[in-house]
Ligand binder design. Sequence first.
Ligand SMILES: [Mg+2]
Length: 181
Amino acid sequence: MVSGKKVYAYDLEFLEDGRTIELISIGIVCEDGREYYAVSSEMPEKRIRKHSWLMENVVPALPQRYGDARNQLPAKWLYDYHDPAVKRRDRIAFEVGEFLLSDGEPVLWADWGAYDHVALCQLWGTMMDLPSGMPMFTHDIEQAIEAVPGFEKPEQAHGVHNALEDARHNMAILRKLWAQA
Ligand SMILES: [Mg+2]
């Protein structure tokens, strides 16, 4: 939108217990059409299995095998461990850094994004460990909606709680906001 800057809408799925925020998956969409999606192979599976909301809403939206391929997936697997999107956290941190920082200055947007921002930054460690050029804050779509009286937030048609689908939807909301602002 602004010269030299690029807007990125993102979404994370995570386990949070009031003390920690543990990454499950991350989806990012750039305004130029590039997309990134990854699932953490280090998500705390035991705790996720005990979390009924995550089991009902988030786990089904992780990479799963369907149809005949389903028979090849061990029943105890939470998701398809062999899916190419499944990566270690340090790999995800490297790739997200490349994705966000390789083309101009990133401007980050998320919806109800406070927890998303913390979990994103924790990919690299503490605040001190943030890669150079990484924004210290995420713009919140809810705040932008407040500034446009009468704005009707579009409904997400499908893929709710898949981080990439949620990120795509966030970008769709932003585009509608920009059109009306
Ligand atoms: Mg989501």
